[in-house]
Design a binder for this molecule. Structure first.
Ligand code: ADP
Ligand code: MG
Length: 272
């Protein structure tokens, strides 16, 4: 992992110190007319051309679109890693316009949890220590932090792997540690960039199942970038992005029932 990736992993995963107050309303994140230019000189690209969206608490939204359509750029803006060239963003009803970089980082640590395709775990730390990093960077240490890290790992089904190092965990287990790290500080918004892309189908679906359960918390919105059409049944909503613009939105009212149905079907198949 490069120094940059490590910083981003620790920083982006960094959650709030105490359990958050519930989001003030269902729209925990609002982006309006966001434009983003990337690169310099003749290589400059308009990666986002005017994107507006609201993320609601209690919902899992998928963001789907071809490679190069602006998905990662959009996630970076929503997670306060990049600032918009034009347009506005507010998280938990706090506008980000005019904030200094350190104020933006504070907002990110308090309200946003990130999950990456490549897990971004520290190889020399155990699962428990990797999750604790997210509390550490906020100055939360000691036995209470340990208990919270253990609870987060329990929530993702890894209570028995607390002391395991990433090299001794499967890809699916490593991604679940990353989910626990993003979850441990109870973020209002969880952003996942192709979280299943490096996983086989079984583990990929298990991670999506986990994200859909996390999104059922009424104080949290989850947005996941994915290419995989099999993840659609887990979502409440699917946004489609092409060439820097949102070109479609589909609501799936039956999302939660579908998840249960899918789990039952998979169980039946496993038992067959
Ligand atoms: P996606 O995640 O959907 O594959 P990205 O958000 O990574 O797409 O990229 C959107 C567009 O911006 C692409 O055309 C990409 O080549 C371009 N781009 C990404 N990063 C940079 C950069 N640092 N400088 C110039 N162009 C960039
Ligand atoms: Mg991308």
């Amino acid at each position: 992992m490069t120094a940059d990736a490590t910083d981003t992993a620790a920083d982006a995963a960094a959650p709030p110190a105490a359990p958050l107050a519930p989001a003030p309303c269902s729209g925990v994140l609002e982006a309006r007319d966001v434009v983003k230019d990337l690169g310099q000189g003749p290589g400059r690209v308009r990666a986002l051309k005017g994107v507006s969206l609201t993320l609601n608490a209690g919902e899992l939204t998928l963001l789907m679109g071809p490679s190069g359509s602006g998905k990662t750029t959009l996630l970076s803006i929503l997670g306060c890693i990049l600032t918009p060239t034009e347009g506005t963003l507010s998280i938990a009803q706090q506008p980000t316009a005019g904030l200094l970089p350190e104020e933006l980082a504070k907002l990110r640590r308090r309200y946003v949890g990130f999950i990456f395709q490549s897990y971004n775990l520290f190889p020399t730390l155990t699962a428990e220590e990797n999750v604790r990093v997210a509390l550490d960077v906020r100055g939360e240490r000691g036995s209470e932090a340990t208990v919270r890290a253990q609870r987060a790992l329990q929530q993702v089904g890894l209570r028995h792997k607390l002391k395991s190092y990433p090299a001794n965990l499967s890809g699916g287990e490593q991604q679940r540690v990353a989910v626990a790290r993003a979850l441990v500080g109870a973020p209002a918004v969880m952003l996942a960039d192709e979280p299943t892309a490096a996983l086989d189908s079984e583990n990929g679906l298990a991670v999506m199942q986990l994200l859909s359960e996390i999104a059922r918390d009424k104080s949290r919105a989850v947005l996941a970038v994915t290419h995989d059409p099999r993840t659609v049944p887990f979502a409440n909503r699917v946004l489609r992005i092409e060439d820097g613009l949102i070109v479609g939105e589909e609501r799936r009212a039956e999302g939660v029932e579908t998840i249960h149905e899918l789990a039952r079907t998979r169980k039946r198949k496993a038992n067959a």
